[in-house]
Design a binder for this molecule. Structure first.
Ligand code: 0O2
Length: 225
């Protein structure tokens, strides 16, 4: 569905989004840097892959309308940056739930990404069955001669959660937001199975990596002799 706005507003929006494009490009490089840093030093990377996008103008206008943002106000750009925090969106996909938690910690320890809020939709999934971590952060870009502090949303999820969300998103689009009840039930079931798989794989990995207790009974016996 297209959201109509005057041409002047549309042109200003294209201009407004340019620093967000830059922020997403920079953040993608920085987040991929975490992965390559681990790999280059011969370690396992908690990050499988990183993607990013700037919200499409249509989707941005829809959200702005829902939030009652008035484009005739002089400070609409400021309001948009403050009220719609996922204009710049990054997604980090990991293999295991433990990796998701590790990446969350890594991001919270950085000085260039300031984390303001974390929504844990893994512990508390949405009604749809959606699971992910949503981190609302701010990041500073130097765009032209200007310094801009922009909000961004960083989603962190497992490969399984990403598989589910991609399918659900596609179905929601296909049915124009009105997914039939039986399909919704299937999606909910799929979400639960995906979560079970995530937990099983996480436990399996912990079992493999946790050092087994050493059987020193023989040593003790020898000492006794
Ligand atoms: P796109 O194409 O990614 O731009 P809020 O509800 O605003 O307080 P929340 O949950 O962080 O906080 O925000 P919101 O707007 O509900 O969701 C932000 C993004 O999370 C969405 O972006 C999706 O990428 C993802 N998301 C949230 N809920 C679901 C869900 O039920 N299914 C799927 N597949 N993704 C979800 P956009 O704007 O929808 O789309």
């Amino acid at each position: 569905m297209k959201t109509e706005v005057p041409k002047k507003v549309f042109n200003s929006l294209v201009h407004f989004l340019a620093p967000y494009e830059q922020a997403v490009d920079e953040l993608k490089i920085k987040l991929k840097g975490i992965k390559y840093g681990f790999l280059k030093s011969g370690r396992y990377s908690p990050i499988e892959f990183v993607v990013g996008r700037v919200k499409k103008i249509d989707s941005l206008l829809k959200k702005a309308r829902e939030k009652g943002i008035d484009f005739t106000q002089e400070n609409w750009m400021e309001v948009l940056n403050r009220e719609i925090v996922d204009i710049a969106g990054l997604r980090i996909v990991c293999r295991y739930i433990d990796d998701v938690r590790e990446v969350m910690q890594l991001l919270q320890n950085r000085e260039d990404i300031i984390v303001h809020d974390i929504k844990d939709y893994i512990t508390h999934p949405k009604d749809s069955g959606y699971r992910s971590i949503h981190m609302i952060a701010s990041y500073t870009v130097y765009h032209g001669s200007e310094k801009k502090k922009l909000f961004c949303e960083i989603q962190i999820r497992t490969l399984g959660m990403n598989f589910w969300a991609t399918n659900e998103h596609e179905l929601r689009y296909k049915y124009d937001g009105n997914i039939p009840k039986d399909v919704l039930e299937h999606l909910n079931q799929a979400s639960m199975i995906t979560h079970q798989l995530d937990i099983l794989m996480n436990n399996l990995r912990q079992d493999v990596l946790t050092p087994k207790p050493v059987d020193n009974t023989l040593e003790e016996k020898l000492e006794e002799i």
